[in-house]
Design a protein around this ligand. Structure first.
Ligand SMILES: Nc1nc2c(ncn2[C@@H]2O[C@H](COP(=O)(O)OP(=O)(O)O)[C@@H](O)[C@H]2O)c(=O)[nH]1
Ligand SMILES: [Mg+2]
Length: 188
């Protein structure tokens, strides 16, 4: 897939035109969203993998073809973020999910060691109420033993209850890339 950076945007009027098809990556700060985007698009360093969690409060748009985009959504759950930053985040996300007509699917990136948290579940609810399909990427699976990974995947599947898909993923060890890429291509 030929991917290139389009722009960073902090508000609706800065977003690329709402045309064609778009797939978003959501997730807790530090879950590995940027690393995952780089791995799926096989472009090292395309989405900046920052060591400082919660710093980016912007949407990062990437072009992956004619009228086809991937977007790195600002991460959630950064405890040190001041209230006004969290409120702003919420407003941006509500607007994005309610209005973005080109949105075809959302990858929710989860740190498999932590499992699905409250905010991840809220994100899944947002997807469901916007009628956008979600796929959970249980990232950093390289850090889990086989038994723990199987339990984590099973727990996530139970929580989804057929409303979305779950897979193991590791941006670091290149686990689950083809599966995720296939889902991306189906959506786009
Ligand atoms: N062990 C391991 N670490 C990872 C993996 N993916 C990302 N990381 C690390 O997790 C941290 C956060 O990654 P980043 O992509 O910046 O997360 P983001 O805040 O969600 O965009 C970085 O230190 C990454 O190197 C993975 O699959 N395995
Ligand atoms: Mg990031």
């Amino acid at each position: 897939m030929n991917a290139s950076f389009l722009n960073s945007a902090a508000s609706w009027r800065q977003y690329p035109a709402d045309e064609g098809a778009e797939v978003a990556f959501a997730g807790r700060s530090n879950a590995g969203k940027s690393s995952t985007i780089n791995a799926v698009l096989s472009r090292r360093g395309l989405a900046r993998a920052s060591k400082t969690p919660g710093r980016t409060q912007m949407l990062q748009f990437f072009s992956v073809g004619e009228q086809r985009r991937v977007v790195d959504l600002p991460g959630y759950g950064y405890a040190a973020a001041p209230l006004r930053v969290r409120q702003r985040w919420q407003g941006m996300m509500e607007e994005y999910f309610q209005r973005r007509r080109s949105l075809r699917g959302v990858f929710v990136v989860v740190d498999a060691r932590r499992g699905l948290g409250e905010l991840d579940r809220k994100m899944l609810e947002v997807c469901a109420s916007a009628d956008v399909p979600a796929r959970l990427l249980m990232n950093k699976c390289d850090r889990l033993k086989r038994g723990a990974l199987i339990r984590t995947l099973r727990d996530a599947e139970r929580l989804l209850d057929g409303d979305g898909a779950v897979q193991a993923f590791s941006a670091l060890r290149a686990v689950g890339i083809e599966e995720a890429r296939a889902a991306l291509l189906r959506w786009l």
